[in-house]
Ligand binder design. Structure first.
Ligand code: F6R
Ligand code: MG
Ligand code: MG
Length: 370
């Protein structure tokens, strides 16, 4: 059998234009130039894009997940882009490169990472999701719907290769531990966890044992890096990415996109401190403007041919999502009218990871005992 293919999606905000709205085209150009040098060597193929102010490197190779060489290439590429950002005095130049220097793995240094390694099927379909102005928990609801909700994914009911369900790997990102949960058997218990999306996040979804697909090869993976844990201070939201494989025993492309017709409320938006709707948009419309948002999600679809990325197809660039965008705008209006009040503003526990504690420290000495 041919060597496995690895798809790596690694992203960082290395400077916004203007403010936190977009990536400047010169940064995209620089990243393309850097990755081009490795095409046909370390990399089989790559695609560079942006979602809002996040520079996104999608790469295919045969080095497996957590490859030091591939992570190093991504780190160097972000460093080169940072130099350009500094010359243009872009906003927050180099903001996500929190580590002092690369030391073997890019995780924990600031950038977000989603990687899948698998045997390339006869026809391999994959969707790369990228979000701006939100955190990893924003993927819980749509991933749950794709792989566990028969009202979303009819394949769970009528595809003999999908009826036995999927196994979810759920991370407790506060206590750094994980649990594997089988669905549909443990669906209710899993919802008890993942409904609390600021703490429990879906990391991977695996096919069940005994099915058509190898049960150890993840079908969907989500970046779960939390910037505040790395920086020890607020430096912006985590802006997660995900890779989801599709078709032939996995959810169909349309079943994977369907959850985004509901612009559910996610944490992030202005100053990473608000709940707001996530709006599915085309890549060119991933520009966070209104109140630095509202949070956006883009979906790029590819077929993979011996590691070559055949695509992208900009999947939300479609009038079928106009209604979802309209719903998102209505929800944005409704939420904005709360101004600084909860539940538009995040609850106190989540505000601890923003700039609020500095304000509270100042007031501390003025509080009197009741
Ligand atoms: C959200 C985000 C922005 C900034 C906001 C204030 O993740 O990055 O909403 O928080 O523009 O930025 P500063 O404090 O740098 O002026
Ligand atoms: Mg930014
Ligand atoms: Mg961002």
């Amino acid at each position: 059998m041919a060597e496995k293919i690895t798809v790596s999606l690694i992203k960082a905000d290395v400077g916004g234009w203007p403010g936190h709205s977009l990536v400047h085209p010169d940064l995209i150009k620089t990243a393309k130039k850097e990755l081009e040098k490795e095409k046909g060597k370390l990399l089989i193929d790559f695609h560079v894009t942006n979602c809002g102010d996040d520079l996104e490197l999608l790469m295919t190779h045969r080095k497996g997940v957590d490859s030091e060489e591939v992570h190093h290439l991504a780190w160097n590429t972000f460093e080169e882009a940072t130099k350009v950002a500094m010359n243009l005095k872009l906003y927050g130049a180099g903001q996500d490169l929190l580590g002092e220097a690369f030391s073997g793995n890019i995780k924990g240094l600031g950038p977000g990472v989603a990687e899948l390694e698998f045997d390339e099927r006869k026809a391999e379909t994959i969707i790369a999701f990228m979000m701006d102005k939100t955190d990893p928990g924003a993927f819980n609801l749509p991933i749950y719907k794709m792989f566990a909700d028969p009202f979303n994914t009819i394949g769970l009911v009528i595809d003999p290769n999908a009826v036995s369900g999927f196994t979810f790997e759920v991370w407790d990102i506060l206590e750094s531990k994980k649990v594997f949960m089988k669905c549909p058997e443990e669906l209710y218990k899993m919802l008890a966890l993942i409904g609390a999306k600021s703490r429990y996040v879906i990391k991977n979804v695996f096919p069940k044992k005994g099915g058509k697909l190898p049960s150890e090869q993840s079908a969907a993976t989500i970046s779960t890096e939390k910037l505040y844990e790395i920086a020890g201070d607020y430096v912006g939201k985590d802006d997660p990415v995900a890779l989801v494989r599709a078709q032939s025993g996995l959810p169909a492309v349309g079943e994977i996109l369907e959850p985004f017709t509901f612009p559910h409320l996610v944490a992030g938006w202005m100053r990473g401190s608000h709940n707001g709707p996530i709006m599915p948009v085309s890549q060119k419309n991933a520009i966070c403007t209104r109140f630095d948002g509202p949070p956006r999600v883009i979906a790029l679809g590819f077929q993979i041919a011996n590691g070559k990325l055949v695509g992208p197809v900009d999947l939300f660039d479609d009038p079928a999502y106009d209604l979802a965008r309209m719903k998102a705008q209505r929800a944005a209006d409704y939420m904005r009218q709360h101004g600084p009040f909860e539940p538009h503003r995040l609850p106190c526990a989540d505000m601890e990871y923003t700039t609020l504690p500095a304000i509270l420290r100042e007031l501390e000495k003025r509080f009197e005992k009741l």
